[in-house]
Every structure is written in C-alpha cells, then in structure tokens.
Design a protein around this ligand. Sequence first.
Ligand code: URA
Length: 440
Amino acid sequence: MQTHRDQPDPQNGPRHDAVEVILTKRDRGSLSTSQIDWMVDAYTRGVVADEQMSSLLMAILLNGMDRREIGDWTGAMIASGVRMDFSALSRPTADKHSTGGVGDKITLPLAPLVAACGVAVPQLSGRGLGHTGGTLDKLESISGWRALLSNEEMLAQLESVGAVVCAAGEGLAPADRKLYALRDVTGTVEAIPLIASSIMSKKIAEGTGALVLDVKVGSGAFMKDVDRARELAEVMVALGVDAGVRTVALLTDMETPLGFTAGNAVEVAESVEVLAGGGPADVVELTVALAREMLAGAGREDVDPAERLADGSAMDVWRAMISAQGGDPDAALPVAREQHVVTAEADGVLTRLDALSVGIAAWRLGAGRERKEDPVQAGAGVVWHVRPGDRVRAGEPLFTLHTDTPERFERALAVLEGGYEVAAPGTSYTSQPLVIDRVG
Ligand code: URA
C-alpha cells in the first residue's frame, strides 16, 4: 500500500498524502482543491488504496462537504475521463436524469417526444441494480436493440433521428465508476455530496446543453423525505449551473410506483401506449412536465409537447430511434412463461400501493439483478390493475406477477403482501400531487 507521504511531484504539482486528507475530513476540516484533485486522481490511478478512500468517504458521509468542496470533487471526477461535445449538432441538446424509482419508464416516451419537438436528446443510461429498474435493461427486451454505440454512431443518430438512449462509455467519469462500486459496499451511498457529484459529473461530462433532474421522493426512492430531496436537488442544480449547463429539478412522488407496470418488457409496452396517445395518466403527466422543462432549457418553449404526443410525431421518432439501434419496433415483446394473479379478498378501496414493495417484488421475479454481471429476465415483472383511490371488488385481480422461474413467486408475494392496503368500501382517499416542487 502506498501513501505518498512526501516528495512533491515536479510534473503534477503538489503531492498530498491520503492519511493527511482523511484526517482533515475526519476532524471536520474543509478539503482544499488541491487535496481533492490529488485524492480523486490518485484513487482512480490505483495509487490510493480502497481502504483509504473508504475511510475518506465515511468521513464525508458523517461530516459533509461545503458547496466549494462538492464542486471541486465533481470537477475532479469529470477530469478523470473524457468530455463529449455536441456543439457540431444542428439543434440544441437537452437531457433528463432521474434519481431512480419503481416503474420509472419515463425516459422511453420522453426522449422521442422531446426530439419530435426539435431538441436533440443524448441520453446515456445505466442498467438496474437493486429494486430500481434500468432503462437499458428495459430497451433490451426489444428484439435486436443494442445499447452499445460508438461516439460517431451516437452523433450521427442524434443528427438524423434526434434521440439516442445508449450505454455510457467507459471513458466518461471513470473515477465515479470506481467510487460508486466502493460506496456500494461500504455503506456510503447515501451522502448528498457523493450522490450529487456522482450524478452531475456524468451529466456534465456528457456535454448536454440543458438538463432536467427528476429527483424522486418516497419509499421507492433514495430520498425518503422531501427536505433531503430538496437539498440534493439544490446541490445538483448549483453544480450544473456553475458548469454552464442550464439545469432545473422537479421533485416528484415515488411513494406509489409510476403507471401500472414494473419490469422490462411490461414497461416498454406501457411506454408505447403513451406514445400512441393513451397510457396511464401519471406517466403522461410526468412525461409532458419533464418535456416542457427540457424544451424551456433548450430555448424551445414555443413547442407544445402534448400536441406532439397526440399527433403521432413522438411515436415516429420512437420507431426511428429503435430501428437505428438495430431494434424491431414491430416485434412482439417477450412474455414471461408463468403468471400468478393476486385477487382482492373483499370489496373496498385501495388506499396504499408501496413503491418499494412493488420494486422488490419485480426484482425478485427476475426483472432486476443482484450483482452487476447477472442477466435479467425480459418478461419478468409486476402489473397492478388498480391504483390508490380505485374501488376494488372481492375476487377482482389486483396484481399479475410475471416470471420465467415460478419458484420466485413465493418471495415476491411475501414482499407484496405488506405493500398494499384495501380499506372498507366508502373510505375516502386523497391523492398526493405527482410533481411536488421545482428547484432552479
Ligand atoms: N445515481 C448515481 O449515478 N450515483 C449515485 O450516487 C446515486 C444514484
């Protein structure tokens, strides 16, 4: 293990010492720009050891960072890799990032919708880990569709189609990839400075002109309460604005999952319904709200996204976007081999549908993965037939569980059991707003 206690480096400026940096944060000090640059770079190159970075991450989680430190940490992560440049495109760019939720398929209708309004959408996405789904896993349920594109392919598709959803290349903020894996196994994921810098380093390096953050709040989200979600949103918006990216955030509800589906192919099917002018009201509402923000950020608030959804132009872009990446937009989507239906025991009103329970059930059915190298089942997931506020009748289906491996039903049912409530007939239900607040 190297700690680099001494010698200044004539090529790379002042050298620091991992222990000195850890002690500064342990003792509630503020890390200097030079300490941060050195530590992030040395860790990315393998000079600072995992146990030293773990210790610093825990000190950051416990003692926090001020805005200057968070900006420097973000800058150091951006500097660890390449930056993309979309300035040669003939239209402005806008992107959206969600902090992750259950049934959150919004990127699927949103990217083609915004492109249909004249703004290019370079959406670098990830795969699901844990109970929240991944956009790439969902799209890979479409026959032939591929997530890996070269930079040249991505630029060409942005110019010709206007929207790309693909995997982020290895070169984008490599420090974040290493740090995120370490945070995952050291109990240091939930620190606002670390979440904000992780998300924003990738989005700033991606090179989008405008960015809309969908910060989820509730049981199915990272941020369980609105005050912490607002703090995260404020930090991320400030990082974006300081980097010259027009950034706003919406705080949106994730106490209840979005739409009626959580999984992969089931979410693609629901997104296609939205693009066809139908689909669940909450998915349509959020898609249009985020589209309006993206268009405003790109200077195109004159275009009405609701119209482009209704007139079929968003669907045309979807079909072109899927085809350009080798997918067949007309191919039948995979269906799981086995289904299990949960029915209502009595008449009543559904008063609660817990996002976290639904997300874990979908994950246990095979829609998500436990380790990043695990495969996912394209057809697996949960479909719910009622939403909070709906009346139910005894014997009516509440949920349909889908999987290729029926031995998974038992554990999925166990978590779902505590995840919903049917109250006596006539019980009143007051719905919560989907968009809770706006920051920026
Ligand atoms: N998503 C990220 O990319 N990073 C985090 O730290 C949390 C969510």
